[in-house]
Design a protein around this ligand. Structure first.
Ligand code: ADE
Length: 254
């Protein structure tokens, strides 16, 4: 998959890409990142990329011409790929959107700066607007890195583990179950018995129920859209009724 990034500060990306999972994905040939400096598409002597807003008011606005020129030059005038503008006004990024973008061969990401970008970029160039949350950053570069990271790690072969990202929090619409590693006893705190039982059916059931338990406690909103089977629903109903876990699954107590 290729990410084409359009930014006024492409150098921001290099250090992170070099040391992260993205670098491994690039080395394996699974991901390509092409950095494009929007300033390179200015045509005036001073390479101006912003200007004062029509109508007055504070701040500067990114000019449309270099953004259009850069994106059309690199992605083509009639791109069949998503051209995403990172902006606090976009739909809020989540795992489902990461999966949606992971199905494309290529994606263009435009990093806004200053007070914003000329509205004509939104209206006539981009296919999608994405926000990483309801807060305002100084630019779209960090949101772009976050999107690239989330998308890359779900591409087949990027993570070393063959189960990949399928168990992640949010991958199934639920939060992930708790993890433990050695030592079995740390400061008097043990590890749930079931995890050292060697019984994989019990372990899988415990993990599923822990996911449900955590999600219902920490993010009950996620349960509304998670895909739940009959056993899940029964477990959740029991949780709600008794505010405890059904008897046969006493291992879930910890
Ligand atoms: N640019 C500034 N703030 C942002 C946000 N929250 N998400 C995406 N892009 C942004």
């Amino acid at each position: 998959m290729q990410f084409d990034i359009f930014s006024l500060f492409p150098e921001i990306f290099e250090p992170y890409i070099k040391i992260s999972i993205l670098n491994r994905a690039i080395e394996k040939g699974l991901v390509q990142v092409a950095l494009h400096n929007i300033r390179d598409w200015t045509t005036d002597k001073h390479h101006v990329t912003d200007d004062t807003p029509y109508g007055g008011g504070g701040g500067m606005v990114m000019k449309p011409e270099p953004i259009f020129a850069a994106v059309e030059d690199i992605m083509g005038k009639t791109s069949q790929y998503p051209i995403v503008l990172l902006t606090p006004q976009g739909r809020v990024f989540d795992q489902r959107i990461a999966q949606e973008f992971a199905s494309y061969e290529r994606i263009g990401l435009i990093c806004g700066r200053y007070e914003g970008v000329d509205e004509r970029v939104r209206e006539h160039l981009v296919t999608d607007e994405i926000s990483i949350g309801d807060y305002v950053l100084t630019g779209g570069e960090l949101p772009t890195l976050i999107m690239m990271d989330a998308i890359s790690r779900i591409l087949p072969g990027v993570l070393g583990d063959p189960t990949g990202a399928s168990d992640d929090s949010h991958a199934s619409g639920l939060l992930e179950y708790p993890h433990y590693t050695r030592p079995a006893e740390f400061r008097d705190w043990g590890v749930p018995e079931v995890l050292i039982s060697g019984n994989h059916a019990h372990i899988n059931l415990w993990r599923r129920q822990q996911s449900l338990l955590r999600t219902s406690k920490k993010r009950p909103d996620l349960l509304e859209s998670a895909s739940l089977d009959k056993a899940d629903l029964k477990f959740l109903a029991a949780l709600e009724q008794e505010d405890s876990i059904p008897e046969q699954n006493h291992e879930t107590d910890q």
